[in-house]
Design a protein around this ligand. Structure first.
Ligand code: SF4
Length: 446
């Protein structure tokens, strides 16, 4: 049986899709193997969200080709959709498949070694794509797998933020049917997963025959999984109905990742975001007031062209006053083909100095860590239910197990070797402290 593996870069959606493609090929007689350098075929699922992400993909592709002279290499994902010409120049790539084309992989000769001198390039026009392809984690094969599965429910985006290249890579917003999603979720539960993470590009924009995300969540509450997690939600669709569904649920995790991007209204307008700071604050306050233990994290971007020192201070003060527990800080990356790239090409003076970007970024990272420590410290002395994942070797023959609470706090406990395998178990932990990596530490309550 020919062997196949997938190397995935980028977001949870990419991981869900890589697994679905492997599952597709396993049904055609391929043996799925974790990357062991002896596969017949290796899929590399790429990301193009920033310039750095693309550079990382090129490095990874070259390394995999060097390490696997006998394998056929198929490159897919957002970078393949946006820049096939760049990827075709990497010697050793056998095929480049676009965002939709990757699901046609079983049909291509290349997988059977009939490759020509030049890589096969199949990149369809994604803007017109109406179809949505599935994405779900592979059936759990071991206890340590039975933790968290990814499940794609939506793809593409219609928002058109000025700096974003994702709509060009993934097309218009489109959603899977609730029936398909519930069926895939039931399959994941049957294979032992305890938590399902719903993923997409803009999942708050989920809509299928009038069914929106809140209604879909109610349906998913019935599949018998312990936890359902929303991977990310745009502020303008974090509405009262959704907040109420999460507040009333024992299954849907009290955890929102709500991209803010900027805390300055002037910069938000320039970014073409669909809210201002007042609306954002209103949504966040509604969520933390209604949902016990609600953990909110946010993406924030520094150095958006035109962002002044005053804009940055405005953002800093805005974030200081918000009950947000964690910040993901990015420096703006000017992506080809975006509205922002056009603006910068006509006026380069608006570009923020890289040193200034680094300074602003480090200030927000410090603020984010302070807010996270404040949020985490509230749990010291309390009991939390933790879904344990993998274990690491501890000191003196002990082993360190870690996992997440319902509201996405990472917790670790240290146990003797004899304690057995906790992966995939949901157990009660008495929280005793916060470690230097801003993870909670505690003692298992048997
Ligand atoms: S909401 Fe904006 S940033 Fe997010 S994927 Fe859509 S266009 Fe990009």
């Amino acid at each position: 049986m020919p062997k196949i593996s997938a190397i995935t870069l980028g977001c949870k959606l990419n991981y869900a899709e890589s697994s679905a493609i492997l599952d597709l090929l396993s049904k055609k007689g391929w043996e799925i193997s974790s990357y062991e350098k002896s596969e017949d075929l290796i899929i590399i699922n790429t990301c193009a969200v920033t310039k750095q992400a693309e550079q990382k993909c090129r490095q990874k592709i070259r390394k995999i080709i060097r390490d696997n002279p006998g394998s056929r290499i198929v490159v897919t994902g957002c970078y393949a959709q946006l820049s096939p010409e760049v990827l075709r120049n990497i010697a050793g790539v056998n095929a480049i498949l676009g965002s939709s084309d990757k699901y046609e992989l079983p049909l291509y000769d290349v997988i059977h070694g009939n490759e020509s001198l030049h890589p096969l390039i199949s990149v369809s026009e994604i803007k017109k794509e109406k179809k949505i392809f599935p994405g779900y984690s592979l059936p759990a094969s071991s206890a340590s797998d039975r933790t968290r599965a990814f499940l794609k429910i939506q793809d593409g985006c219609d928002y058109g933020c000025s700096y974003c290249t994702i709509p060009f890579a993934r097309g218009r917003s489109r959603s899977l049917s609730p029936e398909d999603i519930v069926e895939q979720a039931s399959t994941l539960v049957a294979s032992g997963y305890r938590e399902i993470v719903l993923t997409g590009v803009n999942i708050g924009d989920y809509r299928f025959r009038g069914v929106r995300l809140a209604a879909l969540l109610r349906m998913l509450e019935t599949v018998g999984v312990d936890r359902i997690r929303i991977s990310s939600i745009e502020p303008d669709v974090l509405d009262d109905e959704l907040i109420a569904v999460v507040a009333d649920s024992e299954i849907i995790a009290p955890h929102f990742h709500v991209p803010l991007q900027s805390g300055s209204d002037a910069v938000l307008r320039a970014m073409c975001r669909r809210y201002d700071t007042a609306a954002y604050r209103h949504r966040i306050l509604r969520a933390v007031e209604a949902i016990a233990d609600c953990f909110i994290s946010a993406d924030v971007m520094v150095g958006y062209p035109g962002e002044t020192g005053e804009d940055f201070q405005e953002m800093y003060r805005f974030l200081e006053g918000l009950p947000i527990a964690s910040l993901h800080v990015f420096s703006c990356s000017i992506r080809p083909g975006t509205l922002l790239a056009e603006q910068v090409s006509s006026d380069k003076t608006i570009v923020v100095d890289p040193d200034e970007c680094r300074l602003r970024s480090s200030e927000l990272i410090k603020l984010g860590n302070m807010k996270k420590l404040q949020f985490m410290a509230r749990y010291v002395g309390l009991e939390c239910m933790v879904l344990f994942e993998e274990s690491q070797k501890g000191v003196h023959g002990s082993q360190k197990y870690s996992g997440y609470t319902r509201n996405y706090l990472r917790v670790s406990v240290t146990l003797p070797q004899s304690a057995g395998n906790l992966a995939g178990s949901i157990l009660s932990v008495r929280i005793e402290g916060v470690d230097d990596d801003l993870n909670l530490t505690g003692r298992l309550l048997f």
